[in-house]
Design a protein around this ligand. Structure first.
Ligand code: UDP
Length: 415
């Protein structure tokens, strides 16, 4: 059997305060006809990165709404995850083709995972490219199969894309974060555009007492009375951590006591992260103002919450980005953001809302410096961002969109 991931419990009522009682009522009504429907979410890692973040919050709520929801992960070794990270990079446009050996590794692991897959479900949601080929090797059954793509696939490396295309056969629907992400020659099937969302009552996002937040950051070595900018991201070249350091150095010439925190998670399916971590360490070059933290050194949800709350500016200098949950997470906490104008980021903070969108390191340094010098204006921008998140990027909206999709796919046919 594929590994079942343990999650907690949560009541949908807990969302009335942030999302509104009418939103909760609407969700209940949408879920009522789906009571008892067996839904599986399948991905590659139980922690690190946006997909795991969303599933950990979503599964308990689906259960509370009466669906029989499970979360399972596929298994793989380092060789497999090195290939799937290359596929991920290829889908975001990296120019490296897959070798015949790499294709074989992907196929062999997919076949092995398909053999482990026994349980019956009514709806199977497959996240990202790592488990994509499972349907092909398992064979279609009576379930409705959905491919949920979280990455920016608008300009994929066509060699990598062509390799994956046959594995989409048999899927009933695909879901992308933006309409512009639907790749070329996409097979005819139902395509929905559903942006991700954050969980306002998870430990990462719920209100944190300011004294506790300060203590949490002091405890790990941040000087909380000095200016602080932070990027919270997997250590991934698309998140441009080295660019973040370069920009920090520019700002530091104007703000000598500036601190930069790079908070990065080491996901199970991201072997590239260690290499990037080493590069970051080298670029930081023992600058005492640069703090580098990982989940492996104990920086978890509480610490990320404190960073997103207490930083003067949150940076997300991505070069490519599916959505960038971290942007909504920061805005929800009233912290202004300076972020790359890519992928799903402008959807969260269009011009004049939340902070500034930037294209270059210089621009990022300039805008961040401005926000450090104009905290009141920064707070006002963030407040607009928070209201946008409340309306569009809370988990309740995401679940409603997905329930509509399940309902449509299941309608009219016996399970
Ligand atoms: N995250 C975390 N610790 C880290 C780095 C990231 O908890 O050290 C979380 C972050 O708060 C967010 C998710 O991982 O919830 C990253 O999602 P995002 O959509 O920003 O990027 P992805 O990793 O999916 O590309």
């Amino acid at each position: 059997m594929l590994e079942l991931i343990d999650v907690g419990t949560q009541s949908i009522d807990a969302y009335a305060a942030s999302a509104g009682a009418e939103v909760v009522e609407e969700l209940r009504a949408l879920a009522e006809p789906l009571r008892g429907v067996r839904v599986l979410h399948l991905n590659a890692t139980p922690y690190g990165g946006g997909v795991a973040e969303i599933l950990r919050s979503k599964i308990p709520l689906l259960r509370d709404l009466g669906l029989a929801a499970d979360w399972r992960i596929i298994c793989g070794d380092e060789a497999f995850f090195t290939v799937t990270k290359k596929i991920h990079n290829g889908l975001q446009g990296a120019p490296y083709p897959l070798t015949p050996e790499e294709k074989e590794i992907y196929q062999a692991h997919s076949k092995h995972n398909a053999e482990q897959f026994e349980r019956h479900y009514d709806v199977i949601v497959v996240h990202d490219p790592q488990p994509l080929a499972l349907l092909h090797f398992h064979g279609r059954n009576s379930a409705r199969w959905i491919w949920r793509c979280h990455i920016d696939t608008s300009e994929p490396n066509l060699e990598v894309w062509d390799f994956l295309l046959p594995y989409l056969e048999g899927y009933d629907a695909a879901v992308f974060t933006l309409g512009s992400f639907v790749p070329p020659r996409f097979p005819a099937m139902r395509v929905d555009v559903i942006p991700p969302a954050i969980d306002p009552v998870s430990p990462k996002n719920l209100d944190l007492d300011p004294h506790l937040a300060r203590r949490v950051l002091e405890w790990i070595g941040v000087e909380v009375d000095k200016p602080l900018i932070t990027q919270v991201s997997r250590f991934d070249p698309w998140k441009d951590p080295l660019g973040v350091i370069e920009g920090y150095k520019m700002i530091k010439s104007e703000v000598p006591d500036l601190q930069l925190a790079l908070v990065g998670s080491m996901a199970l399916d991201d072997p590239e992260a260690w290499d990037i971590y080493r590069q970051i360490r080298e670029a930081a070059n023992a600058d005492p103002g640069i703090h580098v933290y990982t989940n492996l050194t104990g920086v978890g949800n509480l610490e990320v919450n404190a960073f997103q709350r207490l930083s003067d500016v949150i940076v997300q200098k991505s070069i490519r980005e599916g959505f960038g949950l971290v942007v909504s997470e920061a805005l929800w906490k009233g912290t202004p953001v300076v972020a790359g104008q890519v992928g799903g980021i402008p959807l969260q903070m269009p011009k004049g809302i939340g902070g500034f969108l930037v294209k270059t390191i210089e621009e990022y340094a300039e805008r961040t410096l401005w926000l450090l010098r104009h905290p009141e204006e920064g707070k006002a921008l963030a407040e607009l961002g928070r209201e946008r998140v409340r309306k569009r990027f809370l988990l309740t909206r995401l679940i409603a969109d997905e329930l509509r999709l399940y309902r449509d796919l299941l309608s009219g046919e016996p399970l």
